[in-house]
Design a protein around this ligand. Structure first.
Ligand SMILES: Cc1ncc(C[n+]2csc(CCOP(=O)(O)OP(=O)(O)O)c2C)c(N)n1
Ligand SMILES: [Mg+2]
Length: 597
């Protein structure tokens, strides 16, 4: 625990058990570390992630051996896919019992090998100071990620006089030395000068390396429009004229067109639908701190087809992995952008891409993100069951997010579950700062939103932290309402309750003739009831809660949620008939994008 204190740890999300009692006993003697008891280890690891994503510093969680440890696995995988620094400490059975099928034994080191940046099984108490120091160094530097420290019970019971190392030396690991050379960056500038339609495609790497300022300077100096990944949301202000917002499966039409070209739909003489390219996309794609995730690229061969791609990333293993590129450079993107800015000043780029930016603006105006009250909603079961046919009183999920944006002046930290609500939270709230939108992007873990909001709120008690959640996702870690109440963590949950696993239902509607395969979450014998009753559940945890059904009640109810200085659940009942658009079906191309014209 002293080793943790020396790393500046102020909070740990820890759930005890037989193999971690000693660690908890030591925690009772720490005056610097706040121990938060989640009500499920998954809540603990997601909270640690929320803390880490909000602050950039490693989040710390702890669990006992066996089931305690395995309950952390989803969060560790989540942190791995989204490059989030966390340190997960687990108790292990005594060394003499390892491999004997001891009570609550799992080989946690072995189990987590494919989903950690690094891991340790401690075999000597004297190693703890150095291991903890290394663990934080590895978790937080370079491309961040999760580190596991598994500590057998007998090691926890040993006595030692600790020797705390002052620094870390790791053979073969020195991410600070990874820098793109000026000569290579000059080549990138040559490419920019020769291009007509460049696009910056930037991701979580910009946020991790604190390069937002440098990115903005570079975009403004060069006049290059910027699209982000979902991990990169907030890396570039979404209200900036050069912002294309985010791209990919549910990204904006204009971001996807800017990268891969505009297609117009047409029907061939024999009746088959097709699409023709009517405008070119980027001829130069500057891929900075991204990894060409399939949710971004769709059919990867067609992504920015014909364009020159420059990929800069600190992790060499990402280069040419999903998408072969013309220029692949290893290095810290903060440093690279800083140097690019310096070099741009010296040679001042010849053009600011006026024609290209006019094209982009025209797209932004023609196909903005939008939604409307559809006939499907008007004639839906939801209308009949819950709204007595009062179409103007229906609350569309997009509206609720927009209103939250308005009432929080765009300044809240937003977390999400996974599903349609997550995409709407990304689309209809606009983000101006890094670390403002905390979402399980790579793994897509339902249940992430509320515990992550707790972690963010612990780190930033003065800020408004709102989990925009789905009814399915919220239910997956609903026990964390107890943590929120007992620990007085005033995070809010706004549940967009459509009584369905909405995103899966959307795929059923689009690709499986609307045949429902276990995607309804309500009570089939009483569909008029909203089930379960989140308000009653929240009250049983002594958490304030309210349900809204009609549009006329939404604003005041949301304001009450925001004004509360305690945890709060706002259950917003919305129709299930909405689909998230735009939508590029998995493995398809921009030509097949479904969107509102
Ligand atoms: C742990 C987990 N299980 C299953 C899924 C698959 N899945 C993705 S979205 C989704 C529906 C989520 O429903 P809800 O939280 O109500 O959000 P909605 O789409 O309705 O907004 C499911 C089941 C997942 N992402 N994570
Ligand atoms: Mg739902």
């Amino acid at each position: 625990m002293e080793a943790l204190e020396r790393e500046g740890v102020d909070t740990i999300f820890a759930y005890p058990g037989g193999a971690s009692l000693e660690l908890h006993q030591a925690l009772t003697r720490s005056s610097k570390i706040r121990v938060i008891l989640p009500r499920h280890e998954q809540g603990g690891v997601f909270a640690a992630e929320g803390y880490a994503r909000a602050t950039g510093r490693a989040g710390v969680c702890m669990a006992t051996s066996g089931p305690g440890a395995t309950n952390l696995v989803t969060g560790i995988a989540d942190a791995y896919l989204d490059s989030v620094p966390i340190v997960a400490i687990t108790g292990q059975v005594p060394q003499a019992m390892i491999g004997k099928g001891a009570f609550q034994e799992t080989d946690f080191f072995g189990l987590t090998v494919p989903i950690v940046k690094h891991s340790y099984l401690v075999t000597d108490v004297n190693d703890i100071p150095a291991i903890v120091k290394e663990a934080f160094h590895i978790a937080q530097t370079g491309r961040p990620g999760p580190v596991v420290i598994d500590i057998p019970k007998n090691v926890q019971q040993q006595r030692a006089r600790p020797v705390f190392p002052s620094g870390v030396e790791l053979r073969g690991y020195n991410p600070a030395s990874l820098r793109v050379a000026d000569a290579d960056l000059e080549r990138v500038l040559d490419l920019i000068e020769r291009s007509e339609r460049p696009v910056l495609y930037v991701g979580g790497g910009i946020i991790t390396s604190n390069a937002s300022e440098e990115l903005r300077t570079f975009a403004e100096a060069s006049g290059i429009p910027v699209t982000t990944t979902i991990m990169g949301i907030g890396a570039f202000p979404e209200d900036h004229p050069l912002s294309l917002r985010w791209l990919g499966m549910h990204g904006t039409v204009y971001a996807n067109w800017a990268v891969s070209g505009e297609y117009r739909r047409q029907t061939l003489p024999d009746g088959t639908p097709s699409a023709v390219k009517v405008a070119q996309g980027a001829d130069l794609l500057l891929a900075f701190g991204v990894r060409f995730d399939d949710r971004v690229t769709g059919k990867v061969e067609k992504f920015c087809e014909g364009g020159t791609i420059v990929h800069i990333d600190i992790d060499a293993s990402e280069l040419n992995k999903n998408k072969p590129v013309q220029v692949a450079l290893v290095g810290d993107i903060h440093h690279a952008l800083k140097r690019l800015n310096a070099l741009v000043k010296r040679r001042s780029l010849r053009q600011l891409f006026d024609a290209w930016n006019r094209q982009v603006s025209e797209w932004k105006e023609r196909v903005p993100l939008r939604y409307r009250l559809t006939d499907e909603v008007r004639t839906s079961q939801h209308m009949r069951d819950h709204l007595e046919g009062l179409a103007k009183e229906v609350i569309l999920p997009q509206m609720a997010v927009e209103l939250l944006y308005e009432l929080t002046a765009g300044e809240a930290i937003i977390t999400t579950g996974v599903g349609q609500h997550q995409m709407w939270a990304g689309q209809y709230y606009r983000y101006r700062e890094p670390r403002q939108f905390l979402t399980s992007a790579g793994l897509g873990s339902m249940g992430y939103g509320f515990p992550a909001a707790l972690g963010a709120k612990v780190a930033f008690p003065e800020r408004q932290v709102v989990d925009i959640d789905g009814d399915g996702s919220f239910l997956m870690n609903i026990q964390e309402l107890a943590t929120a109440h007992i620990e007085k963590i005033a995070a809010k949950a706004m549940v967009l309750n459509n009584q369905h696993l909405g995103m899966v239902m959307q795929w059923e509607d689009r690709f499986y003739d609307g045949n429902r395969g276990n995607t309804y979450l309500g009570d089939p014998l009483n569909m008029k009831q909203i089930y379960p009753d989140f308000v009653a559940i929240a009250r049983s945890f002594n958490v304030r809660a309210e349900r809204v059904m009609f549009r006329r009640d939404l604003r005041a109810a949301m304001q009450r949620m925001l004004d509360a200085d305690e945890p709060y659940v706002l259950d917003v009942v919305v129709p299930y008939t909405e689909h998230v658009l735009p939508f590029i079906p998995a493995g398809k191309t921009v030509a097949e994008m479904i969107y509102e014209e």
